[in-house]
Design a protein around this ligand. Structure first.
Ligand SMILES: *Cc1c(COP(=O)(O)O)cnc(C)c1O
Length: 385
């Protein structure tokens, strides 16, 4: 079975579970992103901090020159601490608190991505009270269904995000008439783990229709933030370790008019492949109907399989034994604490090292201390420290 290359001798001396981040692969990924947008000086790529807020990862991404896309005051602070310039920080989220809005104004962030008329008024009020002007974009709900897991679509009319595309003109007018906000543009985000470029093409078409409609009404559009959502190949981390950025950016190059300043907010596609959850087999249990590999990592370390039925490639790094099907489960007291059912692994023994691949996004950042389990630490290649 083809497996990733890992420093196994080093792993042997470490307590499991832990997240291992291949910072070399992260750098290659960042270089690839920047290469795709090099011919578009008015385009800016922001990194969606919620995918992974590990400070080492954030510093590396800030160092590459990406902006930050934040969805809470805590993320704004983490981005600033990691060295992202305040002007490169954009702030989305349907439930921004007064304190978070104040923090954004105080720090001088580049953009509030406003999700409702009610929020626009609160931001305007807080900015007026502080004697400053808040730079705002309006998040549009484009009513587009993306071909991904139902739990991670965000751009349909039934989702809580954004202002319905038919109602956005009125809110732009209100923003233009409000002295304590400065209207800058439109924001979209249709979902996550999207591999079908026709979903992004549909977004471009919706954006073009909306912009044409606004221009006919004499309403300025400003810049366009198309959000994130590019998916990765969870099944093939060894063959396809870098997301298809050429196809992704190419879709926008082809379908959006050249004149727009376009912003992107990529999370998963930047950090998912570089992270692996490393754990050990505690027990192999021959059940009545199934064979279980019980790991020392659980759903509290990586919740995606339990939460979204997401699937990660799993490899036994310690064994070249015959391949057998296992239900790979964690120790947490929930039946949903399953990383995969019927997963084919080289024969497992107690203490074998198991790699759960492509866990760099929505892994560590979603971890919890359920069952009073400690947070898994992070480990980096020695040459990067
Ligand atoms: C989560 C999120 C992103 C990033 O999504 P990915 O699928 O990780 O690329 C971008 N923008 C907004 C507003 C988000 O909520």
């Amino acid at each position: 079975m083809l497996k990733g290359t890992f420093p196994l001798e080093r792993f042997a001396g470490l307590q499991t579970p832990f997240y291992y981040y291949d910072t070399g692969l992260l750098q290659k990924t960042l270089d690839c992103v920047l290469e795709q947008v090099a011919d578009r000086p008015s385009w800016q790529v922001h990194y969606a901090v919620k995918a992974n807020h590990n400070p080492v990862i954030l510093k590396q991404i800030a160092g590459a020159g990406l902006g930050a896309d934040c969805v809470s005051g805590g993320e704004i602070q983490a981005a600033l601490d990691a060295g992202f310039p305040p002007g490169s920080v954009v702030f989305a989220g349907v439930g921004k608190t007064d304190r978070e809005i104040e923090l954004g104004l105080e720090a001088g962030i580049g953009r509030f991505n406003v999700e409702s008329a009610a929020e626009l008024r609160v931001i305007a009020e807080i900015a007026a009270a502080r004697g400053c002007i808040a730079p705002v974009s309006l998040r549009v709900n484009p009513d587009i269904g993306a071909h991904t897991l139902a739990g991670i679509t965000t751009g349909m009319a039934e989702n809580k995000f954004g202002i319905y595309h038919g109602a956005v003109a009125e809110v732009i007018k209100e923003a233009l008439d409000t002295p304590s906000v400065s209207y800058r543009g439109l924001h979209f985000h249709i979902g996550s783990q999207i591999l079908d470029m026709s979903d992004f093409a549909a977004l471009c078409n919706r954006i073009n229709d909306l912009c044409a409609r606004l221009e006919r009404m004499g309403i300025p559009v400003g810049d366009i933030n198309v959000g994130g959502g590019l998916g990765i190949e969870y099944g093939h981390p060894n063959h396809l370790p870098i997301a298809d950025f050429a196809a992704y950016f190419g879709t926008f190059k082809e379908l959006l008019p050249e004149g727009y300043a376009v912003h992107f907010e990529l999370g998963r596609s930047i950090v998912a492949p570089c992270g692996t959850l490393i754990s050990r087999v505690l027990y192999v249990k021959e059940g009545v109907a199934r064979r279980f590999a019980i790991l020392d990592a659980g759903m509290n370390d990586l919740v995606r399989p339990a939460m979204y039925h997401a699937s990660h490639r799993i490899e036994n790094l310690s064994s070249d034994g015959p391949e057998l099907p296992y239900d790979v489960v964690g120790p947490v007291c929930e039946s949903s604490d399953v990383f995969g059912k019927g997963v084919v692994l080289n024969e497992c023994r107690r203490r074998d090292i198991i790699a759960i691949r492509s866990a760099g996004a929505y892994g560590e950042s979603m971890a919890s201390r359920y069952n009073c389990r400690p947070f898994a630490p992070s480990v980096f290649p020695t040459e990067s420290l």
